[in-house]
Design a protein around this ligand. Structure first.
Ligand SMILES: *Cc1c(COP(=O)(O)O)cnc(C)c1O
Length: 374
């Protein structure tokens, strides 16, 4: 029995069709030996074309893509990388693995992404990059950040793991920084189970990243098993890439599904004292995670909303914590926007084929909590 009134609502799940299953089956049957890279190369070519970039390297995760990219930039011990305080740990961990220091700054209240003024104030002679993370599909102020970067000689990296489908004034998120990283984890808009991709328009950076991604073996090296440096092993498998090829063929449909789910929530919740993911003029939001931020002047009990979800068999998903509130980081209570977001915001369940009835159950929980008399 799968009664729509009580069935479990996951916070997200992938959309897999016979197309992906067919490619995965073919990869499992035939994608070995001299064909063991076929789907990987096809996936990279499709993604390059989707994004409008010159180079792409499929990886085992976005974390790996960020690690390789930052290593290729030469980021190392003593260097600093500026990023938003409210973020998933995956954006910060590669910086620390390279021996560099993540410098956390507060975010903007409307976009939940880097505050450019705070970024500029945080730049020092050791700053090697600004890491622009497009949170939940929302876009960073890329023009301002790149202008600040140009003035200080500091490149902007885009962590676009959550920004499939997001577009900044005609350019896809992830295509505008010195490099971009995407995730194809099972919760993301496009999935390969686990997976990621490194993208760039910079020929030199691409060659360095390619060598690092292949255990330090340079393209064109005639000797077998001859690494010229110590690299990484963060490759995507042909099997995963096969699923990815099916997903990229369907990417417009996958993005449209996420946008449809957001619009339905946005419309139903528009009269409540809350804000949702913004879509600034000239931009498109891929809406990876529809998110509510309850207004400051309204009392909001996040635990009560989580309980209400749980009682109706709905997965509740809290907004990220400020990284500075985690045990591995120095506290920054002065980052008031980041702390307020983590107290007052929640992600709402969303998957590409979520039904109106399922969304109505989520909406009813939010309404009950925020409009007690309704
Ligand atoms: C999911 C995510 C990552 C990490 O992706 P993995 O593929 O799990 O390594 C990095 N950055 C952001 C912003 C993410 O949402």
């Amino acid at each position: 029995m799968n009664d729509v009134a009580t069935s479990r609502i996951y916070y997200t799940k992938p959309s897999i069709t016979t197309l992906e299953i067919g490619y995965a089956t073919d990869a499992a049957s035939n994608g070995w030996g001299e064909r063991c890279y076929d789907y990987i190369h096809r996936f990279e070519a499709m993604f390059r074309q989707h994004l409008g970039v010159k180079h792409a390297i499929a990886t085992s995760s976005a974390t790996g893509a960020l690690h390789i990219g930052m290593a290729a930039m030469g980021i190392s011990v003593g260097d600093e990388v500026v990023l938003g305080d409210i973020n998933w740990i995956a954006s910060a961990a590669p910086i620390i693995h390279l021996g560099a220091k993540p410098v956390l700054v507060d975010v903007l209240a409307d976009s939940w992404c880097l505050d450019p003024a705070a970024v500029e104030a945080a730049i020092t002679p050791r700053t090697k990059a600004i890491l622009a993370v497009h949170l939940y599909g929302n876009l960073c102020e890329l023009d301002t950040l790149r202008e600040i970067g140009r003035r200080h000689g500091v490149p902007v990296i885009e962590d676009a793991a959550e920004a499939i489908g997001s577009v900044w004034h005609g350019h896809r998120a992830g295509s505008m920084g010195i490099f971009g990283a995407f995730s194809f984890h099972g919760t993301k808009t496009v999935t390969t189970g686990e997976g990621g991709i490194f993208v760039t328009n910079d020929d030199t950076l691409y060659e360095k990243a390619l060598t690092l991604s292949n255990h330090g073996r340079a393209r064109g090296e005639a000797r077998q098993f001859w690494p010229e440096t110590i690299g990484f092993k963060y490759k995507m498998s042909n099997l995963q890439a096969a699923i990815g090829c099916g997903q990229i063929e369907r990417i417009e449909e996958l993005i449209a599904g996420k946008r449809r789910v957001y619009e339905y929530y946005h419309n139903a919740l528009r009269n409540l004292p809350l804000r949702m993911n913004p879509e600034a003029p000239g931009t498109i939001n891929g809406y990876w995670m529809p998110t509510i931020v309850v207004d400051d002047n309204v009392s909001f009990d996040r635990a009560a909303l989580l309980d209400a979800f749980k009682a109706d068999n709905i997965d509740g998903r809290v907004f990220f914590w400020p990284l500075s509130s985690l045990p591995s980081f120095k506290p920054h209570p002065e980052h008031v926007v980041s702390h307020s977001l983590s107290d007052r915001a929640m992600n709402l369940p969303s998957y590409h084929d979520m039904t109106d009835e399922e969304q109505d159950r989520v909406i009813a929980c939010v309404r009950r909590l925020l409009v007690p008399e309704s």
